[in-house]
Ligand binder design. Structure first.
Ligand code: SAH
Length: 505
């Protein structure tokens, strides 16, 4: 049976900030079987693709093989002919310096259906994220997008420099860094004043964004002195003088900082988002892995007699998820919890219960085992208490409650194991002093980090989620530079911000 042919979507991925992908682009990307992407596409945009989609980078100058334009066409056509949905992700917008016309012509010739989805072009991002308008009622009534590399490969027509020098508005150069000496001199030679203001915006909309303002005559020297490498947008014209006085993007509190998040992958997102919204570059290297317990027998036995417990005590969000999913596995639902009352160690755990429409009857003021035990003490004598816990963890809860006369049962509902090898890029970044902060969100993570990185851990500041975690770090010989209060990820981020602002004063 022949399959119906697939379709190709040429999608603008935006300039860098993954939040600038359109909703249409995200939807199509999430449906694609094959994703062909330009090297300038932010890897975080690729996270929108399906887990089982094939992701192919089309190469980068100076970094391994670059797929030729013909090969790209063949790849799209053959995948679509096999019935696959193809997302061809392009940096910025597909209509601007992106060879889209060649690709659509090849698809048409092969009878392949396609659609084009616009994206935010880097000139727009450079403008919005640096506060420099491209047009202005007093300074520029039109704008031109210009390539700084015209004719180079094609042996084609050179730019009309005389025309550009006379252009009555803003000139925005793409691919302008390498040949800046030539084109800026040509503009001046054709009468554009050397005093014309110029802004260079490198890595627009990314945490590494850098903006330099100069004048046309000095551009090549400034690019050279500051060692500016592509990708950069160069804005030439009076509009540059209209830059906002507030640099909203680069003045965010963690701008220019790099933060390493060490949570298990499935729990990292909210912390990653929070820290990157504050302007930081975020790297992720999980220090522990969370999986099913090696042996479900004790938990299963407890589930069979669930209705006989007076209290179910959860000491982490992971415990909530693994335990309640296990109920589903046994074909029972929340009614199996009977009249048991529920205790949560902190707000994250209570939130996890709330996702299942369960209310935590008890939640201590301080998010640690001692406080939880204390809050339960007055009412556990003679009661059956089930602790749903990790494969490793502290015994304080069980010991304190037993001592108070509770009948304590423990069931391991998930396993926490150390990650034993770190990503080479993360290791190098840490070693070279390129990481400013490492978040340490549990004692298990603290211990694992010490094994993973050893002495290199001293090359960044450590942010511990609680005094307990800071204590574990200190026992291991490391000093926490910030300690969360409250003991939540919000509290941790706040502690980083407080330490940063103290150090700036
Ligand atoms: N289609 C893309 C342009 C591709 S040409 C778009 O619409 O943006 C590649 C050039 O785009 C680079 O040389 C640089 O001038 C510019 N560019 C791409 N990403 C950029 C970024 N994050 N910051 C500044 N310039 C960028």
């Amino acid at each position: 049976m022949s399959r119906s042919p697939g379709k190709v979507y040429l999608i603008g991925a935006g300039p860098g900030d993954p939040g600038l992908l359109t909703l249409r682009g995200r939807q199509l990307l999430s449906e694609a079987d094959l994703v062909l992407y330009d090297y300038l596409v932010n890897p975080r945009v690729l996270e929108q693709a399906r887990g089982d989609a094939e992701l192919v980078c089309l190469g980068r100058h100076g970094h391994g093989r670059i797929m030729s334009q013909t090969e790209i066409h063949q790849r799209m056509i053959s995948a679509a002919s096999e019935g696959k949905t193809v997302a061809r992700l392009k940096g910025g917008d597909p209509a601007i310096f992106a060879r889209t016309a060649e690709e659509t012509a090849a698809l048409e010739a092969a009878g392949i259906e396609y659609e084009v989805v616009p994206g935010v072009t880097s000139a727009q991002a450079a403008s919005s994220y640096s506060g420099i308008p491209l047009t202005h009622r007093d300074a520029a009534s039109c704008v031109a997008f210009v390539t700084g590399q015209e004719g180079e490969e094609k042996g084609g027509a050179a730019l009309d420099m005389a025309g550009l020098a006379r252009f009555p508005g803003t000139l925005v150069f793409y691919m302008g860094v390498t040949k800046a000496a030539e084109w800026s001199a040509a503009l001046v030679a054709h009468g554009k004043p050397g005093e014309t203001p110029v802004a260079v915006v490198r890595n627009a909309s990314l945490p590494q964004q850098m903006t330099i303002v100069t004048k046309l005559a000095n551009l090549p020297q400034v690019l050279d002195e500051q060692k500016v490498r592509p990708p950069a947008i160069i804005i030439v014209g009076e509009a540059v003088t209209q830059r906002t006085s507030l640099d909203w993007f680069a003045s965010r509190p963690l701008f220019g900082r790099t933060v390493l998040v060490t949570r298990p992958r499935h729990q990292a997102d909210s912390l990653v988002d929070r820290v990157s919204d504050l302007g930081a570059t975020v790297l992720v290297q999980p220090a522990i892995k969370i999986t099913e317990p090696a042996d479900w027998t004790p938990a299963d036995a407890a589930i069979r007699e669930l209705a006989s417990f007076d209290w179910l005590v959860f000491s982490s969000a992971n415990g909530v998820h693994f335990f309640l999913e296990r109920l589903t596995h046994h074909g029972v639902d929340l009614r199996a919890l009977g009249h048991a009352r529920l205790a949560a160690i902190g707000p994250g755990t209570a939130d996890a219960l709330a996702e299942y429409h369960l209310h935590a009857d008890r939640q201590p003021e301080e998010f640690r085992a001692e406080s939880l035990a204390e809050s339960l003490l007055p009412e556990v004598k003679g009661k059956r208490v089930l602790l749903l816990r990790a494969s490793r963890g502290r015994e304080v809860l069980a010991e304190t409650l037993s001592a108070a006369g509770a009948e304590v049962h423990q069931a391991v509902v998930y396993q926490s194991t150390d990650v034993t090898t770190a990503d080479a890029d993360v290791v190098a970044a840490l070693r070279e002093g390129r990481i400013d902060w490492i978040t340490v969100t549990s004692s298990a993570i603290a211990r694992s980090l010490a094994k993973l990185f050893g002495d290199d851990l001293r090359k960044a500041k450590l942010a511990a989620i609680s005094p307990l975690t800071a204590g574990v770090l200190s026992e291991l010989g490391y000093q926490a530079a910030a300690v969360g209060s409250p003991y939540t990820s919000e509290g941790l981020v706040q502690a980083i911000l407080d330490t940063e602002s103290r150090q700036q004063r």
